[in-house]
Design a protein around this ligand. Structure first.
Ligand code: 5GP
Length: 212
């Protein structure tokens, strides 16, 4: 049976870049095979290890603007000079594939827009243990230029102020501990009463539950 739109877990994972979000998302997708990663569109150039269609759909600014004008994006934002957006078809595809959830890796403006169109989204914000550690991690990612790193660090510091948009905040100091918290959020959210209401009602209708 396919999950109804409201049974699906729409999970946003957001953080300043360098907080370790990508690693945590990858682990989550391995463990929860029924979660679908929402592949965003971006005008940013691919990094060395990135694959078009898997990590992002890499598009020109013209194509991105066309998608915005055509109403094909559920949300979009500019981040450090590049455009990023989630297409509506990513969410729809998860439903038609019968997945139990969608994982969105978006920054805070995207999180805010997704929440406006789907109030049932759950937002998780990943914090670095310190600013010094955040800067160190950004520099360790040797694929970015010095200028890109400096810009990302400035953006990251401003992004910390938006943690209030999210339901959960996880500190990524030790990655195993952070991951343990993240998977606990997924398990708990799946068991939230309203997400199980359709099943409970069906069982009630079958007379399998005692209504007294
Ligand atoms: P990066 O260039 O490091 O892959 O991503 C930069 C930022 O853009 C990250 O904070 C990431 O979460 C965000 N991002 C990636 N895809 C999307 C998207 O579809 N929409 C929005 N609003 N942000 C995104």
């Amino acid at each position: 049976m396919k999950p109804s739109a409201s049974d699906m877990l729409l999970l946003i994972i957001s953080s300043p870049s360098g907080a370790g979000k990508t690693t945590l998302c990858k682990r989550l997708l391995v463990e929860f095979g029924d979660l679908r990663f929402s592949v965003s569109h971006t005008t940013r150039a691919p990094r060395m290890t990135e694959v078009d269609g898997r990590d992002y759909h890499f598009v020109s600014r013209d194509e991105f603007h066309r998608m915005v004008a055509a109403g094909e994006l559920a949300e979009w934002a500019e981040y450090a000079g590049n455009l990023y957006g989630t297409s509506l078809s990513e969410i729809e595809r998860a439903r038609t594939e019968g997945r139990r959830g969608v994982l969105f890796d978006v920054e805070y403006q995207g999180a805010r827009q997704l929440r406006a169109v789907r109030p049932d989204v759950i937002g998780v914000f990943i914090l670095p243990p310190s600013l010094a550690e955040l800067e160190r991690r950004l520099r360790a990612r040797a694929t970015d230029s010095d200028e890109a790193i400096r810009r990302r660090f400035e953006v990251a510091k401003r992004e910390l102020g938006h943690y209030g948009l999210f339901d959960y905040v996880i500190v990524n100091d030790d990655v195993d501990t952070a991951y343990g918290e993240l998977r606990a959020v997924v398990m708990a959210e799946r068991a939230v009463r309203w997400r199980r209401a359709a099943l409970a009602e069906r069982l009630l209708a079958e007379g399998a539950l005692d209504k007294r």
